[in-house]
Design a protein around this ligand. Sequence first.
Ligand SMILES: [Zn+2]
Length: 280
Amino acid sequence: MRISAGILFLVVCWIGYTQNQGAPPQLNLNKVKDDLYEIEGDGGNVAVYLTNEGVIMVDDKFDRDYEAIVTKVKSLTSQPVKYIMSTHHHADHSGGNVKFFPAVEIISTANARTNIVEHKQPNAPPNMAAARVVFTQETSVFLGGKEVRARYFGRGHTNGDAVIYFPTLRTIHTGDLMAGSGPLIDYPGGGSVVEWTKTLDEVMKLDFDTVIPGHGPVTNKAGLLTYRNNVEKLRTRAAGLVRDGKTQDEVGKVMMAEFGWGAQSLQMQWSLPGMMAELR
Ligand SMILES: [Zn+2]
């Protein structure tokens, strides 16, 4: 009796352990355009661009998603991943860097690299790995006769957001300059609600019709403009409250009621205090 209870206990522990180790969350592979795919689920959206000399990716989610990402890429091509264009320093976009090194060259803005090196994301895991190749304004990778261009247009979500442009496909990956329903302004990471719309105004000047956002479904240029205008709406509302002398608590309550900020959300932690200071 005691032995079988002991075995049962071990079995329960083993199930708990394996489930805790857990398969990473389900990822979904979607075709965007010819030779361009995106992987949704868990962290930020990953773009996968196929060439006959190798694969160029945008972002690599969390490190726990590495095997699932590689499996998805292998279902598309026998070519190896050669480059990852990294949109910014957050662990849900750059957490996989540590696993893709050293076989893959990772490229980010200089600021995104600094933000990883200086641990600017308070809740990032300790194994974050920064890009080895950086740029400040613009860079391109040419592979298999195709070009992928990375641009820095200014502050927004962070101070180092790259917009990745696939010129022949007229498609961009925005990183978290467009993500979900509303902006997360990462002030510890150099973000700015004032600069955000100016940055997106520059992005809108590119020639594109398709948008892969940092999170959420693929959309189009009109979708990005709507998002930009929502950022402006939020800023105008917050600026009015600040001008009226409202406290941080009072502004936070309005953001929760009118813009869907959760009480315990990263917006309340990362965006609210910095936004009060920037709009004052
Ligand atoms: Zn982010």
